[in-house]
Design a protein around this ligand. Structure first.
Ligand SMILES: C[S@@+](CC[C@H](N)C(=O)[O-])C[C@H]1O[C@@H](n2cnc3c(N)ncnc32)[C@H](O)[C@@H]1O
Length: 247
């Protein structure tokens, strides 16, 4: 594990050990339950909604169908897995992967509370997924890929585990331009979803290099207001990113 990933894990271990009182995630994201349509999350317990640390609603972007197998990269407290589980139904299956044991503990407790037997959480890195090749219909991810130092490895792994024709629906932080090397060393800002983010053109190129087609970055929302003022920073956005693995 790289030093930055150790810092990220320590940050989310701490987040997972806070009582579920609300969102304190990403300084770059308008994070928390307000990301979702009220009707979607109305009956979720506060233990779930209070540990929502994303920057969008990838479940709605994904347009899930009953019976599909869904993988969530960096599942945290599990909110997107639980929303996806309702949409794929009991004939479907939802797998959340996260590297932080304290998050997995919270996610498993939430799953048991909700009685969702078709959701499972696996400990692992999104750069080296504990998932069989060609086994997943849909991959989703919410404010996580910006945290990975080796994004090429993440996209290569996502491509490997998708079935041919499978799709990916991501909410993530991207930039217009690059952070300086000096700012990239600010692991505190990296952990809170800021300085690990990369230029959107580079993001698309990395996905295409992994084999994805129809890569689109849409609905960019300026995250400047939610960000700490740091000199020399590029423009930062939360965005939705979609793509396909060719048949
Ligand atoms: C900003 S939180 C988002 C959690 C969740 N997606 C949500 O919307 O609430 C980031 C999560 O990704 C996990 N994570 C970060 N980098 C990871 C990596 N390289 N591999 C696996 N999990 C990672 C962290 O442990 C944390 O739970």
């Amino acid at each position: 594990m790289t030093d930055v990933t150790k810092a990220v894990q320590a940050y989310y271990t701490q987040q997972a050990s806070q009582p579920a009182a609300g969102c304190d995630c990403a300084q770059a994201c308008d994070c928390g339950p307000s990301l979702y349509d009220d009707t979607l999350i109305a009956d979720l317990p506060v233990d779930v909604t209070g540990l929502s640390l994303g920057c969008g609603d990838p479940v709605t972007i994904a347009g899930l169908n009953p019976g599909e197998t869904v993988l969530d990269l960096g599942s945290g407290g599990g909110i997107d897995c639980f929303l996806a589980a309702r949409q794929v139904g009991e004939s479907g299956h939802v797998i959340g992967v996260d590297m932080t044991p304290a998050m997995l503990e919270r996610a498993n407790a939430n799953r048991d509370k909700l009685g969702l037997t078709h959701v499972e959480f696996r400990e692992g890195m999104i750069e080296d997924l504990p998932v069989e090749a060609g086994s997943v219909d849909v991959i989703m991810s919410n404010c996580v890929i910006n945290l990975a130092p080796d994004k090429a490895a993440v996209f290569a792994e996502a491509f490997r585990v998708l079935k041919p024709g499978g799709r990916i629906a991501i909410s993530d932080i991207v930039t217009d331009g690059d952070f300086s090397e000096e700012l990239r060393q600010r692991f505190d800002l990296w952990s809170s979803c800021v300085t690990g983010a990369i230029d959107m053109g580079v993001y698309v190129a990395l996905m295409e290099a992994a084999g994805f087609t129809d890569v689109a970055i849409t609905d960019k929302r300026d995250a400047a207001e939610a960000m700490p003022e740091v000199q020399g920073m590029p423009r930062v956005f939360s965005a939705r990113i979609t793509a396909r693995k060719p048949v």
